[in-house]
Design a protein around this ligand. Structure first.
Ligand code: F2R
Ligand code: MG
Ligand code: MG
Ligand code: MG
Length: 359
């Protein structure tokens, strides 16, 4: 289990670092993605042959990892959710290192969080987008450490509250919150997964059974204006709807990337990216991806997720967190670990989170 904890956070880092090379590209060739990791692997091979010390990182992490590090650090330091502490860490991290590719609007939240007179740390986020809140994937992209922190409690209701609280510091739209909850549930479920290969239908059915009450509760009492995006998608439990779509897509043996993107999305919204991450994990877990022959399931998850294009760093970081939680460190190539920035810190944080559970 320690190896799975580590691979969850290390996986998230390498997914972000490798994926960020393609972020924003609408169409990504899988061969280009494979070439981007071959570069790392060849570099590592050459370094070994020359017996050189490990060179400095080549691929850098972005806001996804920067914010996940703050989540982990705050939970480890306080040993519970402390809204003020976590908000301070988000803002401080941003102002110390603003060029990590943060979302266009979330930076306003950080600016407002720096106000010394601020009493309610959730208020700046609740003011975003005319009071509707952000539906970006910034909550989901950073949430993996929360699933590790809550793992030993084995209490989904508690995990849900924790995830919702962490997300609401920057994102208050229910699609952002529920997307983060889905991502955390997927990581939790993957950590608890006993058998391999994964049964995709079972994995999805289990997620639906957990998400249905969450979505029903959050849509209760909402006005139609609150539910703009659900209205657009015509479903009262939109994440459950997309989970069912994932099942359908996995049964299509002549599936193209465009079909996946059309059905699930690949953009910076939580609704347009968390289901794509879950899909990437299950696609690699249950099927042979011919272009990725010779790669293990973790590698296939990351490379496939990036191949969806769009918000590649974020879809890859989320898919990799789920995959790492199942496969463990053995499946994360050494070269990826050496050349992606932030891996050692992620490994250390995961170890501390693991130890916290056994206290
Ligand atoms: N920002 C990016 N990528 C852009 C390019 C980065 C490039 N590499 C660079 O360095 O310049 N990536 C990162 O942002 C995503 C996470 O974003 P987050 O934290 O959710 O931010 P925000 O600002 O809250 O939301 C993102 C955008 O979504 C739209 N949006 C959100 N809620 C909305 C609402 N209620 N109504 C209308 N639009 C809404 C806005 O356009 C926001 O700016 C990750 O991909 C991360 O990697
Ligand atoms: Mg990013
Ligand atoms: Mg991104
Ligand atoms: Mg505990």
């Amino acid at each position: 289990m320690l190896s799975r904890f580590k691979a969850c956070l290390v996986g998230a880092v390498v997914g972000d670092c490798i994926g960020s090379n393609f972020e924003g590209l609408l169409a990504v060739k899988l061969s280009d993605v494979v070439n981007s990791v071959l570069k790392l692997e060849e570099c590592n091979q050459q370094a070994q042959e020359k017996e050189e010390a490990g060179p400095s990182p080549k691929y850098f992490y972005t806001d996804d990892t920067a914010m996940a590090r703050s989540v982990a650090a705050s939970l480890l330091d306080k040993k519970h959710f402390d809204a003020r502490d976590m908000a301070d860490r988000f803002a401080t991290e941003y102002f110390n290192d603003p060029d990590r590719g943060y979302g266009g609007s979330v930076v306003t939240v950080f600016e407002n969080l720096k106000d010394p007179d601020l009493i309610d740390v959730f208020r700046p986020a609740s003011m975003q987008f005319g009071g509707r809140g952000s539906f970006g994937n910034g909550g989901a992209m950073r949430i993996a450490p929360a699933a590790l922190f809550a793992f030993h409690d084995n209490d989904l209701a508690k995990l849900k509250v924790l995830v919702s609280s962490i997300t609401r510091i920057t994102h208050t739209h229910h699609l952002a919150i529920n997307g983060a909850i889905l991502q955390a549930f997927a990581v939790d479920q993957s950590l608890r997964q006993q058998q391999q290969p994964v049964d995709a239908d079972e994995f999805i059915d289990s997620l639906i059974s957990k998400m249905k009450p969450v979505e029903e509760e959050s849509s209760a009492g909402k006005t139609p204006a609150d539910n703009t995006r659900e209205k657009k998608d015509g479903h009262p439990t939109p994440y459950c709807y997309k989970l069912l779509k994932i099942k359908e897509l996995l049964k299509n043996r002549d599936l193209h990337v465009e079909d996946v993107v059309n059905e699930l999305g690949n953009d910076v919204s939580a609704f347009g990216s968390v289901p794509a991450a879950v899909f990437s994990f299950l696609k690699a877990a249950t099927q042979n991806i011919p272009e990725l022959n010779g790669r293990n399931k973790f590698e296939q998850t990351v490379l496939y997720a990036i191949g969806l294009g769009g918000d590649t760093d974020t879809i890859a970081t989320m898919a990799a967190a789920i995959a790492g939680a199942l496969y463990g460190m053995e499946q994360i190539p050494k070269a990826w670990q050496i050349y992606c920035e932030g891996v050692e810190d992620a490994e250390r944080a995961a170890e501390e989170l693991f130890k916290l559970g056994s206290l």
